[in-house]
Design a protein around this ligand. Structure first.
Ligand SMILES: [Zn+2]
Length: 270
């Protein structure tokens, strides 16, 4: 048992001979548990690089039931295809594309602002409650209802919470104040799509300009009809349906088990 554990730790140690990391590291997330996917290199065939959910039950004794295995080359292929569709949409009708981005980014922004506002109100309310509790604690201690020891413990606890709330409130207020200035940032996004059109290969900096994160779901189906869903969330605009873009090219690739998987990039409609 002990030996087994050591062996496992050894395997996880960084291996410098694996070469460069994937440009998709830090962008891929588990579609089910939302933990990051972890990058690996196949121990036998060093050319095969893949990702799995960092919280999966099989490799990490985590709580996520599926491994969410996906090969790095498949991710790159699928994302490149999607970006090409987007570039084609921009090329065909720039005005319509800009309009779509503006609508989406405003919607995302509004959603984000609402969430921040609600969180801020909650933090402010809690801050008031804690302030009242503190006041009551001082009174109770003064009248002897609460022992000095208990008073020390509780007041320390309240003080810590108030400090945390104070910084949380400040951070949320700052974020809300700044969110108004973000409005035009999707214009930079169009520039990044243009840059993609001029490039042969995807690069890490360009990916970061374009993509916020990618959700990878577990492979579904059996043998010949296996599918895996990959949802791309772009920066500022999130997931976008591209009705005016050319139809999706489906990409099929062999997985390490010798079974082909078709990759889906649209939101589940069933
Ligand atoms: Zn997971």
């Amino acid at each position: 048992m002990v030996q087994k554990r050591i062996a496992k730790t050894k395997r996880r140690a960084p291996k410098p001979d694996n070469g460069a990391k994937s440009i998709f590291c830090d962008l891929l997330f588990c579609g089910d548990c939302h933990k990051k996917l972890r990058y690996h290199t196949n121990t036998i065939n060093k050319d095969i690089h893949y990702f799995v959910c960092a919280n999966n039950a099989v490799d990490y004794r985590g709580s996520c039931p599926g491994r969410h295995y996906i090969r790095a080359d498949a991710v790159e292929h699928v994302v490149t295809l999607e970006l090409r569709r987007m570039a084609e949409m921009l090329r065909r009708d720039e005005g319509a594309f800009a309009e779509l981005l503006a609508q989406k980014s405003n919607k995302e922004l509004l959603k984000d602002q609402k969430r921040c506002e609600a969180e801020l109100q909650k933090a402010i309310a809690r801050n008031e409650t804690v302030a009242n509790l503190c006041e009551k604690l001082y009174e109770d201690n003064a009248t002897g209802k609460v022992s000095d020891e208990w008073f020390m413990q509780l007041s320390h606890k309240y003080e810590t919470e108030r400090m945390e709330l104070k910084s949380k409130i400040a951070a949320l207020q700052k974020k809300l104040a700044e969110s108004g200035q973000q409005k035009q940032e999707w214009e930079g996004f169009i520039e990044a799509v243009r840059q993609f059109m001029r490039m042969e290969h995807l690069t890490a900096p360009l990916l970061r300009e374009l993509i916020d994160h990618i959700d990878v779901f577990e492979t579904e189906g059996k043998s010949k009809s296996r599918t895996q869903r990959i949802l791309i969330y772009y920066r500022f605009v999130g997931y976008i349906e591209m009705p005016a873009a050319p139809p999706r090219e489906s990409y099929r690739a062999d997985t390490r088990k010798g079974v082909a998987v078709s990759y889906l990039t649209d939101r589940q409609t069933a």
